[in-house]
Design a protein around this ligand. Sequence first.
Ligand code: BV8
Ligand code: ZN
Length: 257
Amino acid sequence: MFPEKLINTLQQAQDIVVLTGAGVSAESGIPTFRDALTGLWQRYDVNQLACEDGFLSDPALVWGWYEWRRHRVLKAKPNPAHLTIAKLAKQVPKLTLITQNVDDLHERAGSHEVLHLHGSLHQPRCIACESLYYLPSIDMMQLTTADQECRINPPRCSLCGGLIRPGVVWFGEALPTKIWNQAVQASLQCDLMLIVGTSGLVWPAADLPYQAEKTGSFVVQINPTLTSFNSIAQINLAGKAGELLPQALSICISRKQ
Ligand code: BV8
Ligand code: ZN
């Protein structure tokens, strides 16, 4: 059962920001970001795989890691957490969804205008001329979801011959300015911020809850484990997003009756 304060806040919220991380996709079978560096990928660290230098020094290894992750997303389905966030947006006057995730499960669950701080697995582009590259559709049977390490040579740009790179924001790269500014603005204005499934280790995304808290937003965290946000959240719900978010939604809906 949720604390009284949370029930009242959910029933009166007018402007909600939801900030998600890899944990919101965990119940869809997508390894969380740190888990995506386990298994047979555990011998690599994030700086070998999720940065431009790593890609340039071994394009086939890095492109293979992203293709392995993209194929897992293609095979996955939105889980109750994604679906609930999309429904919640219909229950309140304003809801801004900000995600650190590079999958499209929020969109496939029905969310619109998702602010992707770290880009997308589905928008690769040429590393030289920046033109978008359209990935060929894949026969679902061909998907490489086996946990073997897959080295795949990245395609080449048809316009300039440059290497095609994943359309994500790598470590050391700036976040998309317009999206970042929208995310900061929304965090400063909201009356309720739900932080769902993020370890809060990656900056500047991890700064958003602090922006919300300093301007008086009510901050709620949903995560099975402790994070640095435990110290600023008014309410910490220890549990899975796919189980707790539907409960929060039913409280929001109950205010209507
Ligand atoms: C930049 C795309 C500057 C790639 C990613 C201070 C300020 C600014 C920068 C820095 C700073 N300090 C350090 C930096 C540098 C760096 C950084 O943050 N390093 C960290 C490691 C210390 N930041 C950057 O480099 C950023 N760029 O600052 O640029 C600049 C400015 C101008 C010009 C040039 C440069 C760029 C950061 C973006 C990196 N790219 N992703 C890819 O995906 O491969 S980040 C990556 O981590 C993913 O996007 C992921 O989403 C994100 C955060 O991880 P989480 O989502 O939190 O996932 P994680 O696995 O950690 O945690 C999952 C959580 O879910 C856990 O807590 C778990 O308990 C929970 N969970 C599990 N199951 C469930 C659940 N919760 C609920 N329900 C469940 N069922
Ligand atoms: Zn090109």
